[in-house]
Design a protein around this ligand. Structure first.
Ligand code: MLT
Length: 328
């Protein structure tokens, strides 16, 4: 007898209705799906989630509603998603900071990213940009580094909490520049960017998807990109590696997850909607403008995302520990 029949017989014998979470997968989804974004609205995770979810919702025939639950570097929202019913109606869209990097930064986390979540698919990978307030007295990366070194007591960098992508970008930068600078935490780099534009703090390393419009509008300065190749959107901005910090390279992947024990059928339906979205020309053009690198179908598969998560844990946990950051 197949396992599913065995389970059904056992449930019938126990007087239980045999309607496991996966049983209604053919009809799924029959109502809107909530997608938890563990950062404030208006930031990079939110922006990418909104572009993808709108099209995925069309493919699924149901709306996907973003629920921004920011705070504690994304850990509050991720924990809520991990504890939700695995019925396909609560999902998580988050990045590698909250699932891999922060393992090295917290003494204990309220979830195990590999055990408590089912990967659904990779949404995209983002380069980062070192941005400063407009009137910071540095016109290039070398002047920026000299300014930070000379102003360590008063320099401030913004980030979205411990373990956020902007924290990783900033801590690797500061560690390689050998400076100790005050961190200003926000619930997301959406609100942080507003404060950078109005000159409330000095600099931030944030995902291009968030900062490009403000750079292009001349409201902040871009002094380096986090990839080893320059970005076509910012051809005159050097890589941080070429500008003086050899080996500096940080990119941020973002993906969809369901709570653990979500059925294979539900995960497959969601993944199919993601693949349809990633193959849509309008979406591809929009995300490419925002410097988002789109995954291949294999990278966007549940197993592809599982492998990417593991590879990020293997890479970043020792790297962050080596940078000497003490867990909180
Ligand atoms: C981060 O730094 O982790 C992100 O920018 C968070 C966000 O989406 O606001």
């Amino acid at each position: 007898m197949h396992r599913r029949h065995l389970i059904a017989s056992a449930m019938a014998a126990a007087g239980l209705a045999a309607i496991p979470y996966g049983a209604s997968a053919q009809a799924y989804p029959t109502k809107p799906i909530t997608v938890i974004v563990p950062f404030a609205a208006g930031g990079p995770t939110d922006a990418l989630a909104r572009v993808l979810c709108q099209r995925m919702g069309e493919a699924l025939g149901q709306q996907m509603i973003i629920d921004n639950i920011g705070g504690a570097g994304g850990t509050i929202g991720v924990a809520k998603a991990a504890r939700a019913a695995p019925d396909g109606y609560t999902l998580l869209f988050t990045h590698m900071g909250t699932l891999a990097v922060n393992i090295a930064l917290y003494k204990s986390l309220p979830y195990d990213s590999q055990k408590d979540l089912e990967p659904v698919g990779l949404g995209g990978t983002n380069p980062m940009v070192l941005v400063t307030k407009k009137d910071l007295p540095a016109k290039d990366f070398a002047e920026f580094m000299a300014w930070v070194k000379a102003n360590q007591k008063k320099a401030q960098y913004g980030m979205a909490g411990i373990g956020a992508a902007s924290h990783l970008g900033g801590l690797m930068l500061n560690s390689m520049m050998k400076v100790d600078v005050l961190e200003i935490p926000y619930k997301g780099t959406g609100p942080a960017l507003n404060d950078l534009v109005s000159g409330q703090f000095d600099y931030m390393v944030d995902q291009a998807v968030n900062v490009l419009p403000q750079i292009q509008g001349g409201n902040i300065k871009a002094l380096g990109v986090s990839t080893l190749k320059r970005l076509p959107q910012l051809p005159n901005v050097p890589t941080i590696d070429e500008a003086g910090l050899k080996g500096y390279e940080v990119t941020i992947w973002n993906g969809f997850f369901a709570p653990k024990n979500a059925s294979k059928e539900i995960v497959a339906k969601l993944n199919q909607a993601l693949l349809t979205t990633l193959a849509d020309d309008k979406i591809r053009v929009r995300l490419t403008e925002l410097a988002v690198e789109l995954p291949s179908a294999a990278e966007a598969s549940p197993d592809g995302l599982r492998d990417t998560l593991k590879a990020s844990i293997d890479k970043w946990v020792p790297a962050v520990r080596a940078a000497g950051v003490k867990p909180e």
